[in-house]
Ligand binder design. Structure first.
Ligand code: FCB
Length: 478
């Protein structure tokens, strides 16, 4: 028998019991799994364009077919049910619902998500919909993209269309997934679509993503029933100093501002951090922030979604311009505006196939810090997981002990954070399926379900079975 843990301590048998009602899920994103890129009225997104640009995505891979989820969604929902998931986090493809980024919704696009959601609900799986997981309609980028205010205004219109169509059945909504990546990888280092490399555009994009979030929450609140939940998902960086030197502490402060507080400041406190404005004053005066913007961005949220994979280790750079890899891809352009004197280091420890250090204490520290900084805001881990070089053995089975160890360590960290007072309500593993890992194409497998790309065949890996048992029981075994 499992002995229920008290006060979050492991039971006598070492098992950790999660709170009643804790949400267990898996996550995906539209461009990474759907395929059917030109079907039913969908127009290209910035990722279709980027993937078609030679040299941008490994092996020339695109999301044209991906895991073909657009056609195999029924099978995928059946798998989720078989794997005991209580919730499924997915994203809506803006160019499928509102193809040119403006105007009326396309019925077929909405119908796809309606059918998906109805099937999830029929199987007792809670749908958690993200409005934007990086697939901006190309026409919106052509009209200026996230550096321009008009994109935030258009996003609010799209949010309204989505809520009108799905708000009766989807109660849990997330506006943006990782706006840091959209702004700083998309417009700063260029390792994500649309591939621009302009630090000022990146800062402008960050503000207009903030504004898009606030305006979308307004649109959702106007339309959702009172039980509707609104959130945003941030990839809060757990930034650590290489040494105790004051210069390293300042590097942490600077990167924390550019990675985290540029979003949590306006969204959760209604202001941009003073130090961020000062650090970036040589690039911009932030005149694009208009009167009233901060009030609109600062919306009450029902929870904060947190994505975590690995910590970020920094120091003061030895000499000017010594930019080292920060784990966010290789580019001659830094995603960190006005941070030329910060050096990035590989954190110690084993790494996953992404080269990312495995460090569950980073997740613990992150959750604890958020609980301290925003005490009344519930948290949900909306992504956590690992890529490994998985393959099917001769018997067809996919053994992935590395992923199980990763998940075990990180779930224990979540459990400990809850025991120490963090109000964490759920955990979504990234990812349900192997999928298109952005600039890495199909070379990195994050799924707990193996996808054989030539045939589309799905095979649950050992980790899927392991996680199913945790989700079913709410207990992390010793
Ligand atoms: C996150 C993204 C997600 C996936 C994981 C590995 O930054 O939100 O789509 O690519 O990383």
């Amino acid at each position: 028998m499992v002995i229920a843990a008290q006060q979050g301590e492991p039971g006598q048998d070492g098992a950790r019991t999660f709170p009643e009602g804790f949400l267990w899920g898996s996550a995906t994103a539209s461009y990474q799994i759907e395929g059917a890129a030109a079907e039913d009225g969908r127009t290209p997104s910035i990722w279709d364009t980027y993937a078609r640009t030679p040299g941008r995505v490994r092996n020339g891979d695109t999301g044209d077919v991906a895991t073909d989820h657009y056609h195999r969604w029924r099978e995928d929902v059946a798998l989720m049910a078989e794997l005991g998931l209580g919730a499924y986090r997915f994203s809506l493809a803006w160019p499928r619902i509102q193809p040119t980024g403006r105007g009326p919704a396309v019925q077929k696009g909405l119908d796809f998500y309606r059918r998906l959601v109805d099937d999830l609900l029929a199987k007792g799986i809670r749908p958690v919909a993200t409005l934007y997981h990086w697939d901006l309609p190309q026409e919106s980028e052509d009209a200026g993209g996230w550096p321009e205010r008009v994109t935030a205004e258009r996003f609010a219109e799209y949010a309204a269309l989505a809520a009108d169509a799905l708000g009766d059945r989807v109660t849990t909504w997330t506006t943006l997934n990782e706006p840091w990546c959209s702004a700083f990888l998309g417009y700063g280092s260029g390792v994500h679509a649309p591939g621009r490399t302009d630090p000022v555009a990146a800062l402008r994009a960050a503000h207009h993503l903030n504004l898009a979030h606030g305006m979308a929450v307004e649109a959702l609140r106007d339309r959702l029933p009172s039980a509707g939940q609104c959130s945003v998902t941030l990839n809060i960086h757990q930034v650590r100093a290489l040494t105790g030197a004051p210069g390293d502490a300042d590097a942490v402060r600077r990167i924390d501002a550019l990675a985290n507080r540029v979003f949590t400041g306006p969204m959760l406190r209604g202001e941009y951090p003073e130090d961020l404005l000062k650090d970036t004053a040589g690039l911009t005066d932030w005149a694009f922030v208009r009167d009233g913007d901060l009030r609109r961005i600062h919306q009450p949220l029902d929870f904060l979604g947190v994505n975590y994979y690995t910590p970020t280790l920094v120091s003061e750079a030895g000499g000017a311009g010594s930019h080292t890899s920060d784990g966010h891809g290789d580019s001659a352009h830094s995603p960190w505006p006005a941070a030329e004197r910060v050096a990035f280091h590989q954190p110690p420890g084993d790494t996953t196939a992404m080269g990312w250090a495995v460090d569950p204490t980073g997740l613990y520290d992150l959750l604890r810090r958020l609980a301290d900084d925003f005490p009344r805001l519930p948290l949900v881990v909306t992504e956590n997981g690992a890529a490994f070089d998985d393959y099917a053995g001769p018997d067809g089975r996919v053994e992935d002990p590395g992923r199980i160890a990763y998940l075990r360590g990180h779930l224990a960290a979540v459990h400990r954070a809850i025991a120490d007072g963090a109000d964490v309500r759920g955990y979504f593993l990234w990812s349900l399926l192997d999928n298109f890992e952005w600039a890495h194409g199909y070379s990195k497998r994050f799924g707990t379900v193996y996808v054989d790309y030539p045939t589309g065949t799905r095979t649950p890996k050992a980790s899927a079975r392991w996680y199913a048992e945790v989700a079913r029981s709410g207990v992390l075994p010793a």
